[in-house]
Write a protein that binds this ligand. Structure first.
Ligand SMILES: Nc1ncnc2c1ncn2[C@@H]1O[C@H](COP(=O)(O)OP(=O)(O)O)[C@@H](O)[C@H]1O
Ligand SMILES: [Mg+2]
Length: 375
């Protein structure tokens, strides 16, 4: 019997999208783009939605059902405790209703998706998935921890201070003094674990700093205050596992004073320059630093590394790493790959391959220990 006439078995991809973060809508657009770009001869796509309230959906018309579920829902930073569904019903994740899946593409941005929580669930159930593992996702999401890792690897970052909400609320004047002793205005205040610039403030004086800290501390128990600079915003896409490669750099020209929530999602008029108009040396430096940041974090699959380029002296600072960057066909991450010679659908193929490769690599680790040979 020849098997040659049999079409190759399709890879069943669980595409998880939506989610409990402020980037819910971006995720919907990313998922739509991915669905349209994946070769139906090679893949069977199984859509899996997560509502803003955290309910998992499988079956037909997921996009439509998510949009309906979101109607009337307030703009999210993220959701933690919501009445519906209950934590118990969230445990009954309908992933078991989908039939066997070969790989999961969790195209979820921000808290409860990009931060290691979904990755931890996928580790528990033993499924390969696209993107960084639990640790890199969690650390990548936490601006305070991420800076510590970058520092430890000698990567250039701007001076910063970290405060707990408890410190801010009990000794606000001391917190302000510590900031003023170590940093100069303008300063940037950010909740440690968020995204989309939610809760991010540019403080030009002590009053601004006070207002910014008060607001940022509403979103997180940990807040970062950072040296502000007049900066160009440079981004580099990284792709790979143990041997990652970097795209050409791109640049964002923000439509507001900085790349705020409004500039990202309301104005829709921020501009992307691809490739970024940089000198060859700056281009090379950005690409090398992006790969170094990816490796410092032990990321996997994909990440977008964002830089601030000091307009005053041309120095490049790492700002943050996003382990599940926006993935719509017009997002920076895939656009940078397109400019580097990899189309949107080739990029998706490669990410699926990398997910399977990394899963295999993990399977190779010994999982038993022979007590008789213990020293
Ligand atoms: N230290 C800084 N100096 C100048 N601009 C900054 C600084 N930190 C942040 N910004 C501006 O604020 C935006 C959002 O900050 P970022 O750290 O990227 O948070 P998010 O994770 O929400 O994207 C940046 O894209 C940039 O425009
Ligand atoms: Mg950012």
């Amino acid at each position: 019997m020849s098997q040659q006439n049999q079409p190759p078995k399709k890879i069943r991809v669980g595409l998880v999208f939506g989610g409990r973060s402020g980037e819910h809508e971006v995720s919907l657009t990313s998922a739509k783009g991915i669905m349209q770009a994946m070769d139906p001869a090679r893949y069977e796509i199984v859509p899996i939605g997560i509502t803003k309230a955290g309910q998992w959906l499988t079956g037909e018309n997921i996009h439509q059902r998510l949009i309906e579920a979101a109607a009337g829902h307030p703009v999210l930073a993220h959701t933690t405790a919501v009445a519906e569904p209950s934590p118990e019903s969230r445990l009954a994740l309908p992933i078991s209703e989908t039939g066997p899946l070969d790989v999961i593409f969790p195209v979820l941005h921000g808290p409860f998706g990009e931060d290691g929580t979904v990755q931890g669930f996928l580790e528990l159930v033993g499924l390969p998935y696209v993107g960084a593992g639990v640790t890199a996702s969690a650390v990548g999401m936490d601006k305070a921890l991420c800076k510590r890792i970058f520092e430890a690897h000698g990567l250039p970052i701007l001076p910063y201070r970290v405060f707990l909400r408890r410190q801010w609320r009990s000794q606000p004047e001391t917190v302000l003094d510590v900031c003023e002793a170590g940093l100069t205005y303008p300063m940037f205040v950010k909740p440690a674990n968020l995204g989309s610039s939610v809760g991010v403030h540019k403080a030009k004086n002590r009053d601004d700093l006070r207002t910014g800290l008060a607001d940022a501390a509403q979103y997180d128990r940990k807040v970062v205050v950072e040296q502000g600079i007049e900066a160009r915003e440079i981004e580099v896409s990284v792709l790979g596992n143990d041997d990652p490669i970097a795209s050409v750099p791109g640049e964002i020209i923000a439509s507001r004073e900085f790349y705020s929530y409004a500039a990202k999602y309301i104005d829709n008029s921020s501009e992307l320059l691809i490739p970024a108009p940089l000198s060859p040396a700056q281009t090379e430096q950005a690409r090398q630093l992006a790969v170094a940041a990816f490796q410092a974090l032990d990321a996997a699959g994909l990440a977008r590394c964002d830089f601030l380029l000091d307009k005053a002296d041309g120095r490049l600072y790492l700002n943050e790493i996003n382990t599940m960057p926006g993935f719509t066909p017009i997002s920076m991450y895939p656009k940078l790959w397109e400019a580097s010679g990899l189309t949107y659908s080739e990029l998706i193929d490669r990410l699926i391959e990398l997910a399977l490769e990394r899963f295999d690599d993990k399977q190779q680790s010994k999982t038993t220990f022979d007590v008789d040979q213990a020293e």
